[in-house]
Design a protein around this ligand. Structure first.
Ligand code: UD1
Length: 370
């Protein structure tokens, strides 16, 4: 029986790598990796395959960027051809990007069962393209593999039959735990002239934060102010890089040399950076989870999160996008009042294994999962 994994954008790679590895080690199922090419820059894609020890994709579609409709439509047209020729018994999708939804939509119409990894997360903000992708993918997937029990509760509330839901834990944390030691051996900090706990890290790429010049300008000004207290390292997503150039914010950035804009980083280098930071500012979903496991204070610059467990038990604080508020919370942390957290249940590095077991059971091969 064959599983087809679909990856497309940066946050997908660290989720698929542990599932692919587990399936390959167990040797029960056949599998192929399809890269849609939603992300195509070397620094947004290729480097992750190397860093995560993942084999090169078996099939690469080279879809690239476009409006949501263009991108999703192109994805669907190409994926339909792949599914028709590969005839998989299961299509496995992860996360909430356009490639996830496109693959699920094509599979369900072709009668191919779907496993959705990272199911059940909800920000309850339908202005987010990712929220739409999550709701739609979950509604048509056969297996909903969830990272935490809040996700199960969301799905049950939406009327999903409990037998479709499997709590498997957070598979992205498998990648983090497997790579942590290696990352800490890198000379990333020394190369950048940083010392452990002596700097902050920032990432911003969400449309709601970077496409509006006023919001983006406010966020950069808050970070600029804080950079007088400690260096702030900001690996810039291509989308954000474009907006900064378009909106003429480069001039004001020149006045805050402590706010250091750098190119997107590889998985290991970035893990080296985040795991030794004093605090992290982000609008990413994955980074909220990673900082929770690493025990590093995280300020989520959004109005909501689809990952409330990182706030309930982890180090995450959802602080919104108002510059004064961000600065105030950050200052408080720098003054020593930081929130302590713990690692959520089943974020233990074994989720890939559990997912492989669920897939085997679903396809009627192998043993019953625990
Ligand atoms: C996508 C996901 C988002 C995820 C993010 C992680 C959707 C709807 N959004 O957002 O959920 O958090 O990936 O990075 O799927 N670009 C490049 N090089 C690349 C890829 C993109 O330059 O390799 C630029 C292009 O100008 C492109 C823009 O970034 O138009 C946006 O890319 P897109 O894939 O549409 O969405 P992301 O913002 O990356």
């Amino acid at each position: 029986k064959k599983v087809l994994h679909i990856v497309g954008a940066r946050p997908n790679f660290m989720k698929v790598a542990p599932i692919h590895r587990a399936i390959s080690e167990r040797g029960v199922l056949a599998q192929k990796l399809v890269h849609t090419g939603q992300h195509y820059d070397v620094k947004m894609s290729d480097v992750f395959f190397t860093d995560l020890g993942m084999p090169a994709p078996d099939i690469h579609l080279g879809i690239g960027s476009g409006s949501h409709a263009e991108q999703t439509a192109r994805l669907m047209i190409e994926l339909e051809k792949v599914f028709a020729s590969e005839k998989p018994e299961l299509v496995s999708v992860v996360g909430d990007v356009n490639s996830t939804l496109a693959a699920a939509l094509v599979a369900v119409k072709m009668g191919i069962p779907i496993g959705h990894v990272e199911a059940g997360l909800r920000s309850f903000d339908r202005a987010m393209p990712e929220e739409i992708n999550r709701i739609l993918t979950d509604s048509i997937a056969d297996l909903l593999l969830t990272p935490s029990s809040d996700a199960d509760a969301n799905l049950i509330r939406e009327g999903v039959e409990p037998q479709r839901i499997r709590l498997v834990g957070n598979v992205m944390i498998d990648s983090l735990l497997a790579a942590r030691e290696k990352a800490l051996k890198l000379s990333t900090l020394a190369d950048m002239g940083l010392t452990a706990r002596g700097y902050a890290v920032c990432t911003l790429h969400r449309a709601s934060n970077v496409d509006d010049a006023k919001v983006l300008g406010g966020l950069l000004s808050a970070l600029g102010h804080l950079s007088h207290r400690l260096p702030v390292v900001f690996p810039v997503h291509p989308r954000t890089r474009k907006r900064i150039a378009e909106t003429g914010l480069e001039a004001s950035l020149a006045r805050t040399p402590g706010l250091r804009l750098v190119d997107p980083m590889g998985y290991l280098e970035f893990l080296a950076l985040t795991s030794q930071a004093r605090l992290v500012f982000t609008d990413s979903g994955g980074l909220q989870e990673e900082t929770t496991v690493l025990g590093i204070p995280c300020l989520t610059v959004r109005e909501n999160t689809e990952r409330p467990i990182t706030v309930d038990v982890g180090t995450n604080l959802v602080v919104g996008t108002e510059p004064a508020r961000i600065q105030q919370v950050a200052e408080r942390i720098l003054d020593g009042q930081e929130k302590k957290g713990r690692v959520p249940d089943l974020w233990d590095g074994r989720s890939g294994e559990r997912i492989a077991q669920v897939y085997e059971e679903f396809l009627g091969v192998g043993r019953t999962p625990r």
